[in-house]
Structure formats: structure tokens, C-alpha cells
Design a protein around this ligand. Sequence first.
Ligand SMILES: [Zn+2]
Ligand SMILES: [Zn+2]
Length: 111
Amino acid sequence: MAEAVRFVCSECPAEIEAWSDGNPYYIDEAGRKQYAYHPDHERLARCIGNDSPHLCLACGEEFNVDSEAPIGQCPKCTSTDISETWELAGRRCPHCKGGILAVDPDFRCVS
Ligand SMILES: [Zn+2]
Ligand SMILES: [Zn+2]
């Protein structure tokens, strides 16, 4: 089961949504990466990797990190100050650089 949360900034209107299990993928017959979405369990069973959404804490860029070819820095600004979007609670907001990100208690979504 996948769960989503939304992080909101204490100082600015920034909000970032995150899913607990990222974007599992498999490689199809043509060698292309295909994402398996819930609730497609047959496809999920074929998955060989996971693109997990990350946020750059320096510039605010959101990008995926492939579990099969992980990167340790932001593809936009090359900062190594990155975090999984799922783990943003308590991190400094990259948009206003002043606020702290916290889970929005009014937002809860399960698929
Ligand atoms: Zn960046
Ligand atoms: Zn902010």
C-alpha cells in the first residue's frame, strides 16, 4: 500500500507531495523503462528498480534517483544537499531558505 503526504513550509506557500514507495519500474521487451502504478500487482512483481523522488535542499529542484544508478547530487545545481521527498519533515525549505518543512495534517491520501 502506498501512502502520500504533503509537506508544507512554515514561512512560504511551498508545498511538496511525496509517496511512500517512490516509482517502481521494470524494463519492457523493448528495453524501455516502464513505471508500474498501483494497484497493478502483476507489473509490480516484475519491477527491478525504483526511482525515488528527491528534493534539492539548495535550489528546490525535484528529481528522481534511480536505485539501479543512484546519484548523490542535484542534477541542476550539483549540490549534495539533497533529501528524499518522503523524508523532508524538519528540513529547511529550499524555496524561501527560512522556513521548516512539516507534514500537512489536513492532507492524507492512501491508494
Ligand atoms: Zn539543486
Ligand atoms: Zn519556504
